[in-house]
Design a protein around this ligand. Structure first.
Ligand code: PMP
Ligand code: GLN
Length: 383
């Protein structure tokens, strides 16, 4: 019998986020799993979207994104990081997810090797697989999720083309140090590599940690595709407005895929986000305070449980070791939902080389305080 489904989909997993959210819903569990806020972003952003709709901005947007949004993105990159991008160096995509897919598809030839720090965000792995690339892994080890410089350098072969960086890091909450970034930059030069830098949590850093965009390192702007998302910065993950920044030839290559996937991103949402980025300076202090408070609340709560957590410096996730009543992370995640009423993400699916993921769970704190408190209450009952 003829096989109709593409070989590319062989061994393609179902996203753990969909699996856990579905299970959480079925069991009415408090959802500290999938990474999205369970509260609204700012009301004034709705007003901008409504205004755009009423003004008739409801047809296809330009394929690269509307001018005002591209300008607003370039402006904040200049203001916060002193990186100059012109309008030919920005493309708007359907979330960071599409920017990632387009970028992996645009740069990977069959057999190209791509270095992933593990635990990795799962879409990188699937995108590399879809593009015919070969992932190579470098482990970020607990407790501080540092990597071994020699391990990274020895993962590079003549076929290596790309290093993927996610900073601040999902799921560990790691913020790469200046020294680590400098080391990666030396390898980029030494081995003529490019970097895909996923910085969707760029504004979510804690306790004085600050974000260093990879493209801000000397010489790295020309070697980097930076990807981010208004979904994280403004708390509207469902609007799916992301973007990529890179030199013009690389943006054109990314657009080569984008034009055949989504072609253009929803128009009123882009107008709303253009206005939102223009107000970033007013918005950020409260946003950052909100998440710092949520982190503090979570840390206080976790201290009263039998979970041994690793305090994050960024993102909205915490990794924690669970009590040894469970056999591994999958067992823990499933039983926590079914028996204790709280959903978390089992991170072993984000590892390909190390077994460390089997000892951990990822908790998301982008949730209302009441959700966090009731999640913690349930975790307290785990002995
Ligand atoms: N990269 C990382 C590291 C993420 O955590 C996420 C999802 N939250 C994305 C990309 C996808 O972003 P978006 O929702 O804009 O598609
Ligand atoms: N990035 C989100 C997380 O890490 C999930 C996004 C998705 O479900 N695709 O939880």
């Amino acid at each position: 019998m003829k096989e109709f489904i593409s070989d590319k989909l062989q061994n393609m997993p179902i996203s753990i986020f969909s699996t856990i959210s579905k299970l959480a819903l079925e069991h009415n569990a408090v959802n500290l799993g999938q990474g999205f806020p369970d509260f609204n972003g700012p009301e004034w952003i709705f007003d901008f979207a409504l205004q755009a709709m009423k003004e008739g901005k409801n047809q296809y947007a330009p394929s690269y994104g509307i001018l005002t949004l591209k300008k607003a993105i370039a402006n904040y990159q200049k203001k916060y990081y002193d990186i100059d991008y012109d309008l030919s160096e920005v493309i708007v995509t359907a979330g960071a997810t599409e920017a990632l897919y387009d970028t992996f598809s645009a740069f990977i030839n069959k057999g190209d090797e791509v270095i992933l720090f593990e635990p990795y965000y799962d879409s990188y792995h699937s995108n590399i697989q879809l593009a015919g690339g070969i992932p190579k892994y470098v482990t970020l080890h607990k407790p501080d999720f540092a990597f071994d410089y020699a391990e990274l350098e020895s993962a590079i072969t003549p076929n290596t083309k790309i290093i993927v960086l996610n900073n601040p890091h999902n799921p560990t909450g790691k913020v790469y140090s200046q020294e680590e970034l400098n080391f990666i930059a030396t390898l980029v030069v030494k081995y003529d590599l490019m970097v895909i830098s996923d910085e969707v949590y760029e504004f979510l850093t804690y306790d004085g940690a600050s974000h260093i965009p990879f493209a801000s390192l000397p010489g790295m702007r020309e070697k980097t595709v930076t990807i981010s998302s208004s979904g994280k910065t403004f708390g509207f993950t469902g609007w799916k407005i992301g973007y990529a920044l890179a030199k013009p030839e690389w943006i054109e290559a990314i657009h080569g895929i984008h034009q055949w996937t989504t072609f253009a991103v929803n128009t009123p949402g882009q107008h709303a986000m253009a206005n939102a980025f223009d107000k970033l300076e007013e918005y950020l202090p409260d946003f950052r305070k909100l998440y710092q408070n949520k982190l503090n609340l979570m840390i206080d709560g976790l201290q009263q449980t039998n979970f041994n957590f690793f305090k994050p410096k960024g993102s909205y996730f915490i990794m924690a070791e669970f009590p040894n009543t469970f056999t591994d992370d999958q067992d823990a995640a499933i039983r926590l939902i079914k028996e204790y009423g709280v959903a978390t993400i089992p991170p072993s699916v984000f590892y390909s080389k190390s077994d460390e993921g089997k000892t951990l769970l990822r908790l998301c704190f982008a949730k209302q305080d009441s959700t966090l408190l009731s999640g913690i209450d349930k975790l307290k009952s785990v002995k």
